[in-house]
Design a protein around this ligand. Structure first.
Ligand SMILES: [Zn+2]
Length: 397
């Protein structure tokens, strides 16, 4: 009798200990792991205060600065608070006069990630999503991951008062530009998708993404999708019939087509197919950094011909160095090839990369452009106006 009682008590104790262990792991250890990953994976080589000349600072502060790619929403960081880790938050964007930011959604990243060859068989985001307490359904659905991240940006927007707005239409954009031009320092963002795996192979999800606020989508990320081949996938194939259907609908709705991470055959097909400006939201160019991730001269010319822009990335695989000088070298290469109207910024902040500065240090690019002899009107275009022109053309009324 006594023995049975001891067994029962030991059993209860063990169950209780197990529950405490699970709760501790979920509520204390996993979130810390996520912050640790964020700190480790999204870093800058230099930290504020950044040293910028008076002339560069004056010019920079008068610009509308636009950036076509940042994966901020993947991480559990409060947008409204300033952090000493990660690369983007509203206070730092305001300090860096980063005025218009594309918030791009990462949904699935294979293990053993590389720029050469990846399959879609594995995924590292599930654990990160679990560690950051994302909704259960987002653990099992890429579409839900996108919708959850979009919701986060909408919630931050509401909490920001009138400091931050999301741009979804030509009208929103015109209003934002007008506010900036009349001296109001409002900051804006728009939503993009990094890879059409988010559609889960279903064309009706284009509308669902549009309704959730998304205005840009890339065909692929690190692996092939139903739309065609990734530059780092297996098939290296071109645009599929499904891809054509998706892009046709995106153009009709007013969503920007992004060729970042697409295979060369895919880029050829998209450029031949598209009737609207095409962008590469974050890339390097082979002319200054020759690897599989970066754009050939022909593809830069194709993007320019479409009226789109090449968003120059800030990290090593894009520009072969981590410096403002290397970013501007790539910008200069594009302007040398196709003129000053078709180049823009595509930092890839918070995309598990290291950059030369965080979102508070954007003036360092303006300074480097000045040093390289770009005129004030050229700098206005490169730093923001080119991106704004493309959005004006593509977004719905
Ligand atoms: Zn990317």
């Amino acid at each position: 009798m006594l023995k049975r009682e001891i067994f029962r008590k030991t059993g209860l104790f063990l169950i209780l200990a197990l529950i405490i262990l699970i709760l501790t792991a979920y509520y204390l250890i996993l979130p810390r792991y996520a912050v640790h990953m964020d700190t480790k994976m999204n870093s800058a080589t230099a930290h504020p205060p950044y040293s910028v000349t008076g002339a560069a600072k004056n010019l920079h502060d008068s610009l509308i600065v636009a950036d076509l790619h940042a994966d901020f929403l993947l991480w559990d960081r409060d947008f409204l608070k300033e952090h000493d880790y990660g690369l983007v938050d509203l206070p730092r964007m305001q300090k860096g006069n980063l005025s218009l930011q594309a918030f791009t959604i990462v949904s699935k990243v294979p293990k053993g990630l590389n720029i050469h060859k990846n399959t879609a068989d594995t995924d590292q985001i599930t654990l990160l999503a679990f560690a950051q307490h994302w909704p259960i359904k987002s653990l099992f659905s890429l579409k839900e991951r996108a919708l959850f991240q979009a919701k986060k940006l909408h919630e931050f927007t509401e909490k920001s008062g009138d400091q931050f707005v999301i741009i979804k239409s030509k009208r929103d954009l015109a209003h934002f530009v007008n506010e900036r031009n009349t001296g109001k320092k409002v900051t804006a963002g728009f939503l993009g998708l990094e890879g059409a795996q988010i559609l889960e192979g279903d064309i009706s999800n284009v509308k669902i993404m549009y309704d959730a606020g998304f205005r840009m989508m890339a065909a692929t990320h690190f692996f092939d999708t139903e739309l065609g081949g990734s530059a780092h996938g297996i098939s290296l194939g071109g645009l599929t019939d499904f891809g054509r259907q998706v892009f046709k609908e995106m153009q009709e709705r007013g969503m920007l087509i992004d060729i970042a991470h697409a295979s060369p055959a895919m880029i050829d097909d998209i450029l031949a197919f598209a009737s609207m400006p095409i962008v590469s939201s974050h890339t390097g160019v082979r002319g200054t950094c020759d690897n599989q991730r970066n754009l050939s001269d022909d593809h830069i010319k194709g993007i320019a011909k479409s009226g789109g822009v090449v968003g120059i990335g800030f990290w090593e695989t894009a520009v072969c160095e981590t410096s403002a000088a290397a970013i501007v070298r790539a910008i200069k290469y594009v302007t040398g090839l196709v003129g000053v109207d078709y180049v823009a910024l595509g930092s890839d902040f918070d995309g598990a990369i290291q950059t030369p500065f965080d979102s508070g240090g954007m003036a360092l690019i303006t300074q480097e452009l000045l040093k390289n002899g770009f005129s004030e009107s050229d700098i206005r275009k490169i730093m923001g106006e080119n991106t704004i022109r493309v959005l004006e053309q593509v977004l719905p009324d």
